[in-house]
Design a binder for this molecule. Sequence first.
Ligand code: ARG
Length: 263
Amino acid sequence: MKKLIAVILVAMLALAGLSAMAEVGIPVLEAGENGTLVLATNANFPPYEFYDDETSLPTGIDIEIAKAICQKIGYGLEVVDIDFGSIIPGLVSNNYDFAAAGMTVTEERKQSVDFTDTYAIGIQAVIVPGDTEAADIYALLEAKGGHLVIGVQESTTGDIYISDEFETAGTADVQRFKNGADAVLALTSGQVDCVVIDNEPAKAFVAKNEGLKLLNSAYTEEEYAMAFPKGSEYYEAFNTALNELMEDGTLKGIVDQFIPAEN
Ligand code: ARG
């Protein structure tokens, strides 16, 4: 009996091939004719990735785009929800097939992963208590006597910019949180003076939590792309499908579902 089970296990592993190495996640799309891909994300980043209140399943712009692509190229999709800072190391170790996490393309990250073409733009925003008079983070710094406590999501571009600009200069203590919601909680409880995070999640957090508002940051626009382990066998077909969905309007349709047009 034991031997039979072992034989079956080996056969299953052989059949499943490389993707058997990937971690199992939350199924969001049934297996396709080519199998199932495993997506890594940090699902506390609305409107790009978050849990649907009704279904309790991961959804959002990234998840729905990834689903549409997987459907098009014959794969199912599973979502693994981990700390943002664990995503790139996990791709490098081939624990996941790809990542979709509102991830900004940076030169440094390019050393470790292959990015798809860009499908969205973001910019860092500053969340502050609603009664803040300062117009930007520099005015806030002055109002607070030259020293700030700034909350960020660990390992994100917001963390990198703020650490480089303020922590290095000794003008701020940076508190690094595992996800955006925890950083915002620290702000509402007065533990930090502001939170620096991408603008769309910032808007979503401000809408969900009373007594907060947004300031613009002076940082440059960032390009979001999905990321693959270097040399991934799925990269080519996936990126081609992404481009087709951008051209035929599917992608814009998904974005519009999650970001209602302003005005
Ligand atoms: N765009 C920022 C970065 O790439 C933040 C991304 C955070 N994403 C997330 N799913 N929590 O560093």
